[in-house]
Ligand binder design. Structure first.
Ligand code: MG
Length: 241
């Protein structure tokens, strides 16, 4: 009888212990000394202005373009930004992990994974080290906002590189260091919105920074959100005559 009770107590204890054992955290445990570094895609690793300019438009709204088409045409209409490819190669050579998070919608996203794999020479797989994280719109306030901070937190990134104001905001909300990759001048011309407010706008409260002030930020190495600036001076490869 005593033996049965002992067995019962043991069984209950084991069951209770199993119940209170914390489940593995959804945030992967960090490897000491290993950095997890995130990169935006457009104007950070890919100079993709021409891809966006050529993309079919679904309406008169300039932002309403066919992202399924864009995601399938990087190999034709984008150029890899070599200073960032070099930085990625440097990080990987030191055993650090590299991730990509883009605000493009994810339709045909596997084509982007294939393109980056070919360009950078290591496996880039959708939802493993490449994530699509489009903006959301709050139904009450009407604000459009970046969702990249959610993925940055889930992945446990330490640093996030991006060219846009939203990239810096996402890094800040996620509590990681944001580093501003300086957008190529041709892209500033094409998409001045969401870049230090809008450096090409006539001065107004929403866009107070002029081109001159933008250059002052660059020369001081600190952006308007207090972020570090990673200046790249991207030169398109010369085309042979
Ligand atoms: Mg970008």
């Amino acid at each position: 009888m005593m033996r049965s009770i002992n067995l019962l107590v043991l069984t209950v204890t084991v069951l209770l212990t199993a119940c209170v054992t914390p489940e593995a955290s959804s945030v992967p445990q960090p490897v000491l000394g290993q950095l997890k570094v995130g990169f935006d895609i457009d104007d950070t690793i890919l100079f993709s202005r021409d891809n966006f300019l050529k993309a079919p438009h679904m309406s008169d709204n300039p932002d309403h373009i066919d992202y399924g088409w864009v995601n399938q045409h990087d190999s034709l209409y984008t150029v890899t930004i070599q200073p960032i490819a070099k930085l990625i190669s440097f990080l990987r050579a030191h055993g650090h992990e590299v991730y990509f998070i883009t605000a493009r919608p994810g339709i045909n996203g596997d084509a982007v994974a294939r393109h980056l794999t070919r360009e950078l020479g290591f496996d880039i797989t959708l939802n493993e080290n490449l994530f699509f994280s489009p903006k959301s719109k709050d139904a009450v306030s009407g604000h459009k906002y970046t969702t990249k901070h959610i993925r940055i937190s889930e992945l446990g990134l330490h640093i996030f590189y991006g060219d846009s104001d939203n990239d810096m905001v996402a890094a800040s909300i996620a509590g990681v260091r944001g580093v501003r990759v300086v957008r190529d001048a041709r892209s500033v011309e094409a998409y001045s919105k969401n870049y230090f407010g809008d450096t090409r706008s006539t001065p107004k409260p929403k866009a107070p920074y002029s081109e001159e002030e933008y250059q002052q930020f660059l020369s001081n190495g600190v952006g308007p959100y207090g972020e570090t600036i990673y200046p790249i001076y991207f030169v398109e490869p010369a085309v042979a005559d």
